[in-house]
Ligand binder design. Structure first.
Ligand code: GLV
Ligand code: MG
Length: 310
């Protein structure tokens, strides 16, 4: 599993941003051909992206290109130019506004044809599917199972809130007048269930108030608490917050490793299934929860500061 705590959006039409992106400590970059690029700049943006992928230093980052959605005139050529031009340097393509499983199948098939024609390994390039309207959300279980290339589902809150007529202008914040609960909870949970059913990662979309780092953190924490793997970042100010919010704390990480080690000792050496670790009862289910936290901590580069003694 790739780490995707912070996913940086970079407009393909802006060479300066394409350079700057390489210096930021994000887990993933996606070079955009869709909504951050004006129609008149799309062709140029494809060229910029191919050059940036081939010549840039993206080490340590997952490299993704967001193509235009299937209903546009640009989608097929985005895929062909980027993958023929720089396919060896692309980890995934992101497909926006996915509504049906066949949308993803279309991209999978086109990728396979290009990989065959270029003599590349077939199936190496993954797919990230953005869910951005009601049809996409209603079909999300089928979308999540539509291709072996799929690695993540991605929530697109700006398009989504517009598509369902939600009365909010600040993406990620509660709509005015909604005082009970969380207006995003159903959508986030729905995405999470579909993703986990198919062992995919699930990523929260952008928070557009880039000056409001506290607001970003609050919204990011909401998604992280449910189990989301990461969130988009639009500006350097959001990067550290995303990496921190989607990593376990040192304390939680140490505790998770301790549970794994203790549980391993008690079940194998003492052959007991439910045991006490300090004041806490741990069993097989605790081990599974600890595995998740430990895996996220290791992926985030944390190291243990405590050890287990029987
Ligand atoms: C992202 O694409 C969004 O629409 O929020
Ligand atoms: Mg969108």
């Amino acid at each position: 599993m790739r780490s995707r705590r912070s996913v940086l959006a970079v407009p393909g039409s802006n060479p300066r941003f394409l350079d700057k992106a390489q210096t930021l400590p994000v887990d993933e970059v996606f070079l955009d051909l869709e909504d951050s690029v004006a129609p008149a700049a799309k062709q140029e943006a494809r060229k910029n992206i191919v050059t940036a992928l081939r010549e840039g230093d993206w080490s340590g980052k997952t490299r993704v290109v967001r193509v235009n959605d299937l209903t546009t005139q640009w989608a097929y050529r985005d895929v062909i130019e980027v993958v023929e031009g720089a396919g060896e340097f692309v980890d995934c393509l992101m497909l926006p506004k996915v509504q049906e499983p066949t949308d993803v199948v279309w991209l999978d098939t086109l990728l396979t044809q290009i990989e065959q024609a270029m003599g590349h390994e077939v199936g190496r390039i993954g797919i990230e599917a953005q869910i951005e309207n009601a049809r996409g959300l209603v079909n999300v279980d089928a979308v999540a199972g539509s291709s072996r290339r799929l690695e993540t589902l991605v929530f697109g809150p700006a398009d989504f809130m517009a598509s369902i007529n939600m009365r909010t202008l600040v993406v990620g914040e509660q709509p005015p007048g909604y005082v009970e609960g969380d207006a995003y909870h159903y959508i986030l949970m729905r995405l999470l269930m579909a993703a986990r059913m198919h062992d995919l990662q699930v990523i929260d979309g952008p928070y557009l108030q880039i000056k409001d780092v506290e607001g970003f953190e609050k919204v990011a924490r909401r998604a992280a608490a449910l189990g989301f793997d990461g969130k988009w970042v639009l500006h350097p100010s959001q990067v550290d917050a995303a990496n921190a919010v989607f990593s376990p704390t040192q304390e939680d990480y140490d505790h998770a490793e301790l549970i794994l080690e203790a549980y391993d000792y008690y079940t194998s050496v003492e052959k007991r299934g439910a045991v006490m670790l300090g004041d806490e009862m741990i069993d097989e289910a605790s081990r599974k929860m600890a595995l998740v936290v430990a895996a996220k901590g290791r992926a985030a580069g944390l190291t243990r500061t405590t050890s287990f003694t029987p």
